[in-house]
Ligand binder design. Structure first.
Ligand code: URA
Length: 247
């Protein structure tokens, strides 16, 4: 990415001075990183049957979320919001719950917080159009954007677990206290959860915590700390070996 564009992205998230670029690893579908060196074999595509089985599991999951009535939130929602992005991404970003705009459009992070999230992701060369998958703890909008209730999280979390199992990301980025605490089954404050690598689930997927972009819109002074988190996440990803096998 040309330096001026990257500077623009950093400026867009409110950071106008930035540190030297460190190459990002693990962006499986990034155009910067996907091409094999000349003469080396490229990974063979997954067998068609396996791809179809995977797609069928995604379709089943989508249908279940859209029809879900497991908690009362379904009564007030326009639609369930499943996720967006590359379903084979190495990076998976997890937020809290859809807001009004997400509920209307059926896609996570499309309101103001979503615009800031996109700028944050672009600053580390990630995009929902290519190399990241984005989902929320809850698939239905809580009224007035209140915090999710424990019983709503309990009803909805299995969908997110299935998404994580289907995407098999190399790294999870949790946005904000609600996402972090629920994923880590912790009641520690965000300050204690940031700045270190946690692990999630049976695969022990590395998990890094940062601020929620909606919080950063209210507290722009913390954007610089969020930038530190993003650089930290990027360095964690760079240290994760490439396996090339998602079957
Ligand atoms: N906030 C979230 O946590 N998720 C969204 O999808 C939108 C706003």
């Amino acid at each position: 990415m040309p330096g001026t564009r990257r500077a623009d992205y950093l400026q867009a998230i409110g950071i106008d001075r930035w540190l030297p670029r460190i190459p990002v690893e693990g962006a499986a579908s990034s155009t910067l990183e996907s091409s094999a060196p000349a003469g080396e074999p490229t990974a063979s595509p997954a067998p068609v049957a396996a791809e179809e089985a995977l797609e069928a599991r995604w379709q089943g999951l989508r249908a279940e979320v859209l029809q879900c009535t497991k908690c009362p939130l379904h009564q007030g929602r326009t639609q369930g919001v499943v996720g967006v992005g590359n379903p084979q991404a190495d990076w998976m970003v997890i937020g809290e719950a859809p807001g009004a705009e997400e509920d209307r459009r059926g896609e996570p992070f499309v309101g103001r917080a979503g615009q800031l999230l996109d700028a944050m992701l672009r600053s580390i060369r990630l995009s929902r159009d290519s190399n990241v998958y984005i989902a929320n703890i809850l698939k239905s909008r809580p009224p007035g954007n209140r915090d999710p209730r424990p019983e709503e999280v309990a009803a909805c979390l299995p969908y997110l677990m299935r998404q994580i199992e289907l995407v098999r990301p190399k790294l999870l980025l949790a946005l904000g206290r609600i996402a972090a605490q629920n994923l880590l089954s912790s009641d520690a404050p965000l300050a204690r959860l940031r700045g270190r690598v946690h692990h999630f689930g049976e695969r022990n997927t590395p998990l890094v915590v940062t601020y929620h972009p909606a919080y950063l819109l209210r507290s722009p002074a913390d954007k610089r700390k969020a930038w530190e988190d993003l650089k930290f996440a990027r360095s964690v990803m760079a240290g994760i070996p490439t396996d090339g096998d998602r079957s």
